[in-house]
Design a protein around this ligand. Structure first.
Ligand code: LLP
Length: 432
């Protein structure tokens, strides 16, 4: 039996396993809803990225895990142990990374409207790079660096005008975007001029992120062409050599069995080769190359386990299966129509003969997915949604005052509570 993710399998009792551990047993031990992650699969994914970079890029490089996909201290430790840097979006992710022992010189700080407090934390702790999103931010960085007597190492987020094939809302590198400074309008060159004129800023490189769930290498290569041409223009017009090219994340993963993204190795090698070729063509020193995968590291390594509350068949219409979670732990169907596969952990070897609509328990007409094949399902069954390791826990909310589920990570077949379950007291505890 083949599953959509390689962290899943069947044991001798024909029950679903994650990282070799019995999912139903973990659900009994930790309760539902429950996020389960295979730590060994996370480590394999980290190595797939670092292995591909080291095999295909002759210059200096770094793989920075995009913590927005799932930020918690244990994952920071795992990614640090695997030699990854940290991409942190916002002060909370910077803080978590620092608290978990990620060296500041391995943290890259992102965000399109950083607050003074966040910039003070980043500059004060001496993190590797601040990716500035525009002229106002460059001025803020300069001012705060002056206040603290430091120089901030900065790169500028550019929007290269590439439209990658992905969901509309996930396209972030095209001209009509809140992110970055557009190259084609001339604003990017102005931002570079400004950065070079400001005190307290060492302009180190440029950054772009062209979107998410990109299956083919071509959009990355197109982005490299545009970014490299810009770096050459900066050298020729302003006599400043930008040392770093950060191409962001976006490496697509397989959420459903019919999806066929190119492997990590192929996409990363094609990207690295495009950078090498561009540097040679323009007689430009090989830039330090950074990539920032998020979902490529964690999405396929996680599942969410629920308990089925009720099954409601409306003849000729549809069958609703209600679970004990919903948009509070996975808002991605509601937001993007994201598609997932489901299975019953205790009957995972049986054929999926039923088509169901998965409903959450929030007081609104919210779903986790429509028309999903599953084994015959009854109230009381455990039900797992697969490939939920990215942007589920990190985007979870307390809507309806629902406490967030724990994140349990399995390593060598043994569970570890990376994030404990919230309680009603946690949720109400902030109120005065
Ligand atoms: N680097 C930057 C600067 C980014 O903005 C992002 C994602 C990444 C890296 C990581 O992208 P990934 O490799 O994970 O595709 N909430 C959405 C995803 C939004 C991603 C925004 N930026 C979702 O649930 O699909």
């Amino acid at each position: 039996m083949e599953f959509v993710s390689d962290c899943l399998g069947l044991n001798e009792r024909d029950r679903l396993t994650i990282g070799g551990a019995d999912v139903a047993e973990l659900a009994r031990e930790f309760g539902t809803p429950l996020y389960l992650m295979d730590e060994d699969a996370v480590r394999r994914n980290c190595r797939a990225f670092t292995g591909a970079m080291s095999a295909s890029y002759p210059g200096k490089w770094a793989v920075a895990y995009a913590n927005k996909a799932l930020s918690c201290k244990h994952l920071v430790r795992v990614t640090r142990e695997e030699g990854l840097y940290a991409n942190a979006a916002g002060g909370g992710e910077v803080y978590t990374a620092l608290k978990a022992g990620m060296p500041p010189e391995k943290i890259i700080f992102h965000g399109n409207n950083k607050t003074g407090e966040e910039l003070r934390l980043a500059i004060g702790s001496g993190i590797l790079r601040i990716v500035a999103d525009g002229p106002e931010e460059l001025r803020n960085i300069s001012r705060i660096a002056a206040e603290t007597g430091r120089t901030a190492s900065v790169s500028i987020r550019l929007s290269p005008g590439i439209e990658a094939h992905t969901y509309e809302v996930l396209q972030t590198g095209k001209l009509d975007s809140k992110f970055g400074v557009p190259i084609e309008t001339g604003a990017a060159m102005e931002a570079v001029r400004l950065a070079l004129s400001l005190d307290g800023i060492d302009l180190y490189g440029v950054h772009c992120h062209i979107g998410s769930q990109i299956f083919e290498p071509e959009p990355f290569a197109m982005a490299v062409d545009v970014m490299a041409a810009f770096m050459v223009k900066v050298r020729d017009e302003l006599s400043h050599t930008l040392k770093e090219l950060n191409l962001g994340g976006g490496y697509g993963i397989r959420y459903t069995s019919d999806q066929r993204p190119r492997g990590i190795r192929e996409s990363v090698s094609a990207t690295a080769e495009a950078v090498r070729a561009a540097a040679e063509k323009h007689n430009f020193p090989l830039p330090e190359l950074v990539i920032e995968p998020g979902r490529g590291i964690v999405a396929g390594a996680g599942i969410t386990v629920y308990t089925v509350g009720g099954v409601k068949e409306i003849p000729g219409v549809r069958t609703y299966v209600s679970v004990d979670g919903g948009m509070t732990d996975n808002p991605r169907y509601v937001l993007y129509g994201a598609q997932y596969e489901i299975t019953l952990p205790e009957r995972a070897a049986e054929a999926k003969t039923q088509i169901v609509t998965l409903a959450g328990r929030c007081c609104e007409n919210e779903l986790l997915g429509k028309d999903m094949p599953v084994q015959p399902v009854r109230a009381g069954d455990l039900l797992a949604v697969l490939c939920t390791g990215a942007y589920n826990y990190s985007m979870a909310s307390n809507y309806n005052r629902v406490p967030r589920p724990p994140v349990v990570m399995v390593s060598g077949g043994k569970p570890f509570v990376a994030v404990r379950r919230e309680t009603w007291e946690d949720v109400a505890g902030l109120d005065n």
